[in-house]
Design a binder for this molecule. Structure first.
Ligand code: ADP
Ligand code: MG
Length: 181
């Protein structure tokens, strides 16, 4: 059920303007009180037309972290460095070898192929973020940046799927926690 949807999301995403949409998503984030209050922020390195948040690195009063796949094939976090090196799946990762404590993350941005109004996400099908999000502190705010065209009412979910608190669209930020079924 998820795989055909992944193919569909990838083909839709390839038709969308990454630069324009990323710029709008970044504007939403820069004006977001939760972002301004957060000190330790986890980003991701965008691949394949994913929304890019890299312009956020210009904000000087924050610590930024990126995911890195470790020897146990899990996401761990590394502080942002000026240089990146391609890791597993050729995704750029910070050069730093120091494995930071993920409990200190105040705000995490999670990449997704699609997201829904409840905060659920469709990833590439490896479950890396489902496993990683379970390790975060309760205080960590979880947000998924996504194109409006890839934001759905409902996605198929499994018992292990973790949800986000907010969905960041180019024109608004949706608080998924206020929705009642
Ligand atoms: P994605 O979240 O990338 O879209 P899925 O949700 O389909 O991918 O999960 C992919 C695989 O990861 C599943 O086969 C699932 O068994 C595994 N997985 C996800 N979360 C966990 C977990 N907490 N413990 C063990 N395996 C997990
Ligand atoms: Mg999942």
């Amino acid at each position: 059920m998820k795989n055909p949807l992944r193919q569909k999301a990838i083909s839709i995403r390839n038709t969308l303007d990454c630069t324009v949409n990323s710029h709008s998503v970044v504007e939403q984030i820069l004006n977001w009180d939760i972002f301004t209050k957060s000190c330790n922020i986890m980003l991701y390195y965008p691949i394949k037309n994913e929304i890019s948040l890299l312009d956020i690195l210009q904000v000087s009063d924050k610590n930024f972290y990126f995911p890195k796949i470790n020897e146990f094939d899990e996401i761990c976090i590394s502080k942002c460095t000026n240089e990146f090196k391609r890791g597993k799946y050729k995704i750029p990762e910070p050069l730093s070898e120091i494995n930071e404590d993920c409990k200190k993350i105040d705000l995490i941005f999670i990449p997704a192929l699609m997201a829904d109004q409840w905060g659920y996400r469709l990833g590439y099908g490896k479950g890396y973020y489902d496993r990683f999000l379970k390790k975060l502190s309760k205080h960590t705010v979880k947000a998924i940046p996504i194109y409006s065209e890839l934001f759905k009412e409902d996605l198929p979910i499994d018992a292990h799927d973790e949800k986000a608190d907010y969905i960041v669209l180019p024109n608004k930020i949706v608080d998924t926690r206020v929705l009642i079924a």
